[in-house]
Design a protein around this ligand. Structure first.
Ligand SMILES: [Zn+2]
Length: 276
């Protein structure tokens, strides 16, 4: 089997997994992979990613010219081209609409809190690229701001984008983004996350090499921003000073006050008495 036919099969497999896991509905999502440095193998426009065949894929150059294929390339081709232009190290790009991560993208909440060591060492911060009309030149412009320093990002009111050193690496990052979004949602429903402290984040960052992980950019400490807080140069993660603790409740600086119903009633009665 040639390298190209293997990659066609791999795109079909990743498409099936994305559809089976509910990351895409109907014809949503798109996948591409480099064929050498300046040619791309890409999913075609208007097909369900769960039911693709290897011969459906298009081959384009890095300017988006179709070189081979019966169908037209993905409607989000411009976004893929922008990633490959900005990141010579990237071999594959995956775009989907996984529902929990996309919920965060719709709510305008980035996945940038220091919560899980695995996420910090593989992806770091997951920012939100600003809203852009899908399939227009606005979308590559929005992605450009973050893609040099991030392997995964949310797209405001749209979905998520991940990239990797091979197709499965890019796909697994999409799984990580959605998994992290689910865990963050559950933690917030249960009263909020404990965050990993700044010192522990820096320690984990130092261990990235030990785990064999090549992260796209360092995590900036607050006192380095700006100019290295530029999203093109480094990642910004919400990690509070722990004061010796490695875990810190989120929002502990202005922590909410919890009262029992009886305490609340007493406070209200006092207030009413004082009004008289
Ligand atoms: Zn999309």
């Amino acid at each position: 089997m040639t390298a190209e036919s293997q990659l066609r099969d791999d795109i079909v497999e990743v498409g099936r997994r994305m559809y089976a896991r509910g990351y895409t509905a109907s014809n949503d999502g798109n996948i591409s992979v480099r064929l050498g440095f300046d040619r791309l193998l890409m999913t075609p426009k208007s097909v369900c990613k769960g039911f693709m065949m290897p011969d459906m894929m298009c081959i384009t150059d890095l300017d988006g010219r179709k070189l081979q294929g019966d169908r037209d390339p993905s409607s989000e081709m411009l976004m893929h081209l922008e990633v490959y232009r900005q990141r010579p190290d990237v071999q594959a790009v995956v775009h989907a609409h996984p529902p929990t991560a996309t919920g965060f993208a719709v709510a305008g909440i980035p996945l940038d809190r220091a919560v899980l060591a695995e996420v910090l060492t593989t992806l770091g911060s997951i920012p939100i690229a600003e809203y852009a009309t899908p399939s227009t030149k606005e979308l590559p412009a929005a992605v450009r701001k973050y893609i040099k320093a991030h392997d995964g990002m949310l797209l405001a009111n749209h979905g998520a984008l991940t990239v990797g050193a091979d197709l499965f690496a890019a796909y697994y990052k999409m799984e990580t983004v959605e998994h992290f979004a689910k865990i963050s949602l559950v933690a917030r429903l249960l009263g909020g996350e404990n965050l990993i402290s700044r010192a522990e984040v820096l320690r984990l960052q130092g261990l990235r090499g030990t785990y064999g992980i090549k992260a796209p950019a360092p995590i900036c400490a607050d006192d380095e921003t700006p100019p290295s807080g530029d999203p093109a140069l480094c990642q910004v993660v919400q990690a509070p000073e722990g004061g010796g603790s490695r875990l810190v409740p989120a929002g502990s600086e202005d922590a909410e006050i919890r009262l029992t119903y009886r305490q609340l009633s007493e406070l209200i009665e006092d207030a009413i008495r004082n009004l008289r």
